[in-house]
Design a protein around this ligand. Structure first.
Ligand code: NAP
Length: 322
């Protein structure tokens, strides 16, 4: 889809969000190099229909990348006590923005969540049997996940909409929002395998899928599942040799968090097949993806002449959610 000048115009919603900033940089650096893409971002509230339509008419995007949503600060527990705010953004706002894009004939990519599941008898922990895009959500122990699951169901019929289910996203830079940074700062961590989204690998896939006008739901993580201890052991090996951590059980964790946390593995065959179809390189398995991430991180640290193992690990209340 192009505008009248033949250019793709991306409009990133939730322009100040962590993932929006990474997407913006990516579109500006690599993806925009051919001069065919123009990138804008906006912080207009999704639930404000008139303002949303005005912004769409002003920017005339070919693609909206929706990174807006309530995620809770310091974590998803916030959503338990702010249900109206959470509903207004994650349900009403997301639906409104998608509907406005539909009305204007604009492709809309929603950066959604895969925290809709919990291991069960048909998908046991450690079995490698992941939840597919067609499996109904079976996790609603957090209000955040509850809103996201219902919104996904309501978004599915929109013919202009691509829904990407991220989980425990990780960046290359120890950003405070990155899953890796979070677990290095907790007092204690649970140790359970999960699907993770390595943003370095997956964000270029998001842009490709949007450019190809793909629609429907995609589990949007690297293949496989990795446990917290495996991640921290790799972190210790490559980045911070002095790093130590303590574990606690899910039962102990439950005592210090308000909302439940989703633990699950997603089946990413659909995404992998699509990337094959596009002829792009394979999406690395999650253990390999972490090794590559730490190699990039170490190279960056070396470049900045930062000595290894000198990060300060400010500990916080132990939980492993968002
Ligand atoms: N980070 C994760 O661990 C993770 C995992 C899976 C999925 N996701 C999803 O990916 C998306 C982006 O995540 P992120 O971590 O980059 O988010 P983030 O850093 O928490 O930022 C969310 C942004 O959305 C904006 N926002 C909230 N409600 C809005 C509304 N009604 N209208 C317009 N903007 C609104 C916020 O602006 P204000 O601060 O001004 O309200 C904020 O800038 C979210 O939808 C999230 O659910 C994130």
């Amino acid at each position: 889809m192009n505008n009248t000048q033949g250019k793709e115009i991306f409009l990133i919603w939730g322009g100040e969000s962590w993932i929006a900033s990474l997407l913006y940089d990516l579109l500006h650096t690599t993806q925009g190099h051919d001069g065919d893409a123009v990138v804008h971002k906006t912080v207009i509230r999704m639930e404000n229909r008139e303002a949303v339509l005005d912004e769409l008419d002003r920017v005339k995007p070919t693609h909206v990348l929706n990174c807006a949503g309530v995620t809770g600060r310091p974590n998803v527990d916030w959503c338990e006590d702010h249900r109206d705010d959470t509903l207004r953004s994650n349900v009403i706002g997301t639906l409104n923005l998608t509907d406005c894009c539909f009305v204007r004939g604009i492709h809309c990519t929603v950066f959604a969540t895969g925290c809709l599941y919990t291991y069960d008898a048909a998908h046991p922990l450690g079995s490698g049997i992941g939840f597919t895009e067609d499996d109904p959500a079976n996790f609603s122990d957090s209000f955040y996940s509850f809103t996201k699951a219902h919104t996904e169901t309501l978004l599915k019929p929109y013919a202009n909409t691509l829904i990407l289910r991220l989980r425990m996203p990780v960046s290359d830079d120890l950003h405070p929002r990155s899953f890796l940074t979070k677990i290095t700062r907790y007092d204690r961590v649970v140790d359970i395998p999960n699907s993770h989204t390595m943003l370095h690998d997956l964000l270029p896939c998001a842009i490709l899928l949007a450019r190809h006008q793909e629609t429907g739901v995609f589990n949007f993580t690297n293949p496989g599942a990795i446990s917290h201890n495996e991640v921290l052991a790799l972190y210790k090996r490559y980045i911070a040799p002095d790093f130590l951590w303590e574990n606690f059980s899910l039962e102990e964790q439950a005592k210090v968090i308000k909302a439940g946390r989703s633990n699950c593995e997603l089946n990413v065959n659909k995404l992998v097949r699509k990337m094959d179809e596009f002829g792009v390189g394979r999406v690395p398995e999650i253990h390999e993806a972490y090794e590559l991430c730490f190699a990039r991180m170490a190279a960056e640290m070396y470049q900045k002449s930062t000595s290894f193992g000198t990060f300060s690990h400010t500990r916080s209340n132990g939980d492993d959610g968002m």
